[in-house]
Design a protein around this ligand. Sequence first.
Ligand code: GDP
Ligand code: IMO
Ligand code: MG
Length: 427
Amino acid sequence: MPALVLLGAQWGDEGKGKATDLLGGSVDYVVRYQGGNNAGHTVVVGDQKYALHLLPSGILSPGCTPVIGNGVVVDPSVLLSELSGLNERGVDTSKLLISGNAHIITPYNVTVDKVTERFLGKRKIGTTGRGIGPTYADKINRVGIRVQDLYDESILTQKVEAALDVKNQMLTKLFNRRAIGVEQVVEELLGYADKLAPYVSDTVLVLNQALEQDKVVLFEGGQGTLLDIDHGTYPFVTSSNPTAGGACTGSGVGPTKISRVIGILKAYTTRVGAGPFPTELFDEDGEALRRIGGERGVTTGRDRRCGWFDAVIARYATRVNGLTDFFLTKLDVLTGWEQIPVCVAYEIDGKRVEELPYSQTDFHHAKPVYEMLPGWSEDISRAKSFSDLPKNAQAYVKALEEMSGAPISAIGVGPGRTETIEINSFL
Ligand code: GDP
Ligand code: IMO
Ligand code: MG
């Protein structure tokens, strides 16, 4: 079982941080392969709560080497402040490895993200404003700045010049903003070089050598399947591939090395930012899910939109990721409802549709077809095994498993590491 992938099966915030942390003690490497500090992963260890944005959640497990892969976009100032925040709390971060090929989120990428959103007005995506999209756009346009460029001032200057040539035209002529000076950007970026140097390495080589030595590597996705640039609800998506294939391109590890793909699945659904969401609730049930589930963004502090579980989406996640297992989280949040609606299919323009439509128009018209499942009122937060769960909670899990197309191998009944029911071992 050398390499496994753990990723979000919905629109993010499924509990990936908790799940990664749970496995962190038993794996040798935890690798972020895409995204950047748009992610907000919460890990609760005992009475300590950590919010991680860029660092892999394995950083909290002493034996584990955390890796930021080539597919990640790195804001150096955020990274350094996240590292020092953890150091102040006694967490050793010295093992961190950062790919020299990872792209850097520059200050102008953050500016472009914000002004673009403002310019889009009511058509905005609702990004996290962290410069993620513009940095990936620069990468694809071949005017990106990579971590390794910090160590060659001449190349760095030429690249910043090339990137700013067009951007300054856009900023001044279209967005009515001041031009950004090349020197000022280069100086800021060079200021990070020495601080990052101890971590920068050839992570592709390191990870492949580790796998040859039968070390266990866990890939931790950011965001979620429906936020994937190719397979998500485009254009209301992030600008990278959180789906399983992204683990390979974002790390330089081949698909033949990956033996397990675990989808983290919330027992209901949430979404942050704009875009379609068929099971979204605008009533007191949605408010109750938000309140009981603590559904507020870790990165931006925005309230998350909440809705019932959507099995069409779960089936889709199984398909596009080749999921071998699910980790069902936040089952405890559903305690207290007499009946729990679960979306089993959509009605689109009067027709019942079982699978996620590829057409954006159809998806915007999708109305949920609900099946009602009986709820439970007993506190489940101390359940240690599946049989500890009330019969109706067991039946809810079994029904979701049946509809979603992969076995549910673990269940979260609370935010803490130990508040987990393990059904099948992941390792
Ligand atoms: P991520 O982005 O996928 O890592 O998820 P977030 O950390 O943004 O959001 C998940 C939230 O749910 C965090 O506050 C977690 O501490 C919390 N959480 C994770 N699993 C469970 C669970 O099984 N039950 C409860 N009640 N909370 C959970
Ligand atoms: P984690 O890893 C939830 C959403 C934003 C926006 C869209 C594009 O914590 O699950 P971006 O800044 O990436 O260009 O914004 O994607 N988004 C997330 N939603 N959880 C996340 O990360 C997200 N990262 C980005 O809200 O709708
Ligand atoms: Mg999150």
